[in-house]
Design a protein around this ligand. Sequence first.
Ligand code: HGY
Ligand code: MN
Ligand code: MN
Length: 411
Amino acid sequence: MRVDGERLREDFDALAAIGATPAGGVERPSLGDAHLAARAWFLARAEAAGLETSVDAAGNHSALLRRNGPTLLLGSHLDSVPNGGRFDGALGVVAALHVLLTVQAAGLELPLTLEAIDFTDEEGTLVGLLGSEALAGVLAAESLEAPRGGRAALAAGLARAGLREDRLADARRDPASLAAYLELHIEQGPVLECAGAQIGVVTGIVGARSYSLHFRGAAAHAGTTPMDARQDAGLAAASFAVAAEELVVRNFPGCVATVGDVRLEPGAYNVVPGSAHLALEFRALETPELDVLETALLDRARNEAARRGVELGITPVGRWEPTTLDAGLGAVIERVAGGLGLASMRLPSGAGHDAQVLAGITRAGMIFVPSVGGLSHAPGELTAWEDCVNGANVLLAAALAIALPRVASAA
Ligand code: HGY
Ligand code: MN
Ligand code: MN
């Protein structure tokens, strides 16, 4: 049994047209108009095929092939980063839908429900892993009090989507109702391409922590204020960003730290910036290393602020734990990839995924396909279509392998 590669491509291209950017990517920030349009497309496509659909209290959108037995969740996300690529998340959702369509077309009666799910706000333009954390029953109140995208954006997004913040937790699933979670995703890095592997069997997912740093100095006249008499918040932020890179490269091989945004106020040519808001994110595969990295980075931020005579406010705005994925599912993915004649390799994920949340309540596995040049989170993100179809077929075969032991035991 194989997915229909042509129909998969038609659907993928239809989805990529929603929120498309001139450079060939997509702009579908979570719960924005383009994202809501993509979700509407997903439901309409599923319903046109006779599949059941549902939307839960956290806005997670699902297509279902309902049978007696636990639910095998197959998912990813339709939201994107700003000016993102058209494969990140979307490939996994469309492939999951086509697993259901292929099983439905074959008239295969499986002893479990297949559910293709699009999780809300995976990318964290609002909160981060919002939908999967609500479904897993681990969405913490503090995640909503100081979200990465700010309270106003979160409230506006929830309102646009018709969601209630005080009901998000109602999306919680009983872990006993789940058979497993599988996610197909582009690798978003260069490893598979460099190794010549067609399929990645994901062994683990990095942990990530995000902080909003607010450097508070003193606005002053850019012309009359001597260089040694300034409390320049902009320079404090800039010198911290450079220091953070040096610190990670020198002392934390394999880890990453990113300053993804710096906003200076008042933002004028002739005013020494009195205020600088800086978005800091850092990642590591192990919690102890994340802890040491966090201390080193925040201490360095404090030093840079003190050196320049400015104050520093530090606000945690996101925290996702490093996760090991289910080895048994990894073995299934490896086996079915081999059965399809595909070369696979095991690797960790430097990107975060909903799977790292689902792993807390059920067996979770991830399938990677190669990213051309390792590029992602940019309009030039690309995966060869043959690799996309390979990934969808591995997702289908792995789903059947998870279901079939049940068929054998139910016989
Ligand atoms: O940020 C990430 O790693 C993922 O793409 N959300
Ligand atoms: Mn993604
Ligand atoms: Mn992403």
